[in-house]
Design a protein around this ligand. Structure first.
Ligand SMILES: C[S@@+](CC[C@H](N)C(=O)[O-])C[C@H]1O[C@@H](n2cnc3c(N)ncnc32)[C@H](O)[C@@H]1O
Length: 185
């Protein structure tokens, strides 16, 4: 399986647009790639942490103040550790080309859901939890996952690309439902 760092792309930029204005105590980007998103948050948080299975190819995370950890999702952290958790997971269904940066497993949702479970575990209720999904993925499993924690999804950003629509959702406390702008499949 390829282990090259993910080069920042349109999906990275969309997630960044939703986190770059945030500030606070602790933040985590799961699967941070070259750390472009978390580096932007690092100057605005007391502690900024990034995880990935692959080391960043670009070293500017060191200057930015980001703490990079080579780890599986957020499994090395305790429950309720972060005020803000964000991720742009691999979301392409498994195919002949194996690449850890894009392979989302079964239906393209297996890996993103495993990210979400970890995000919900380490996220401090009252903080912010933001993540990107593609219109190629079914949204229902994500709704179900956050619904188990009495949260709902609200779409906060969207971008149309060639064959798909990328959306960033925020999980917020409240009765499990999808906001009026979100589309279930
Ligand atoms: C689509 S890329 C996004 C990278 C970066 N967040 C961005 O927006 O540019 C998904 C990232 O998740 C990482 N990844 C895949 N499985 C992982 C796992 N189990 N734990 C941590 N990172 C993982 C990949 O190496 C890749 O860097």
């Amino acid at each position: 399986m390829s282990q090259k760092p993910y080069p920042a792309s349109e999906d990275s930029a969309l997630l960044r647009s939703t986190v770059e204005h945030l500030s606070g105590g602790t933040c985590l980007e799961i699967g941070a790639g070259n750390c472009g998103n978390v580096n932007v948050m690092a100057g605005r948080f007391a502690l900024a942490v990034a995880t990935d299975l692959v080391r960043p190819a670009i070293s500017d995370w060191k200057e930015s103040g980001t703490n990079f950890v080579l780890a599986d999702r957020a499994t090395c952290f305790r429950d309720c550790s972060f005020d803000v958790v964000a991720f742009n997971p691999p979301y392409v269904g498994s195919g002949p080309v194996e690449d850890v940066a894009v392979d989302g497993g079964e239906g393209g949702t297996e890996v993103p859901l495993s990210f979400l479970r970890e995000a919900v575990r380490v996220w401090r209720p009252g903080g912010r939890l933001l993540f990107l999904v593609s219109s190629e993925n079914q949204l229902k499993p994500f709704e179900d996952e956050v619904g188990r924690g009495a949260m709902r999804l609200e779409k906060v950003a969207e971008r149309h690309l060639f064959y798909e629509t990328l959306s960033v959702y925020e999980a917020t406390a409240g009765s499990p439902r999808v906001s009026r702008t979100a589309k279930s499949r």
